[in-house]
Write a protein that binds this ligand. Sequence first.
Ligand code: GSH
Length: 205
Amino acid sequence: MLRIWGRSNSVNVKKALWCAEELGLKHERIDAGMQFGVVDTPEYRRMNPMGRVPTIDDDGFVLWESHTIVRYLCAKHSAGNLWPTDLQLRARAERWMDWAFSFQAAMRDVFWGLVRTPPEKRDAKAIEAGCKQSAELAALLDAHLAARPYVAGASFTMGDIPIGCEVQRWLRVPIERPPLPHLEAWFKRLRERPPFVKIVDQPLT
Ligand SMILES: N[C@@H](CCC(=O)N[C@@H](CS)C(=O)NCC(=O)O)C(=O)O
């Protein structure tokens, strides 16, 4: 049985959970991180020395790092589909998985500032800088999606999972955004997937 540790409002945990749902994997989620603690216990640190979420245990195989978890689960259960077997197609999917962390870094101050910090304690300058940087990156993704429906090409792959989670936060934070029709059309396609709606497309907390 697949076990996934991590609080359900974590963007990185959502990647593992959405992936498991896409693959139809029976799994158990265990709350961990922030208010739930767990991550500093010796038992957890033995599994994940970083003390972060998510961590998975797949029938005794322990793995952490959300994008690696997505790669692993897709390779195990969806070779030729979510995990492309064509080397170049897979590399294209993986590039957008790695790039999703650049988007996450750009969004960090925006998300934490506007969602998890009371108004009087917000760093307006850092939020503004993050808004500018994330809009520039979102425009880059929009240009890429002008020529293809999904990040790796014609079909949905693991490449869409991390960046789908990151863009969901960008589209939900109360900021001004430039109109990006190709990105919005891609996001609409993600919204047609019930696992995305169930796990990812939820109010930010
Ligand atoms: N690169 C790691 C980052 C993991 C990470 O930083 N997770 C955050 C949640 S998104 C975390 O553990 N925060 C501390 C906590 O929840 O206690 C991954 O993608 O798995």
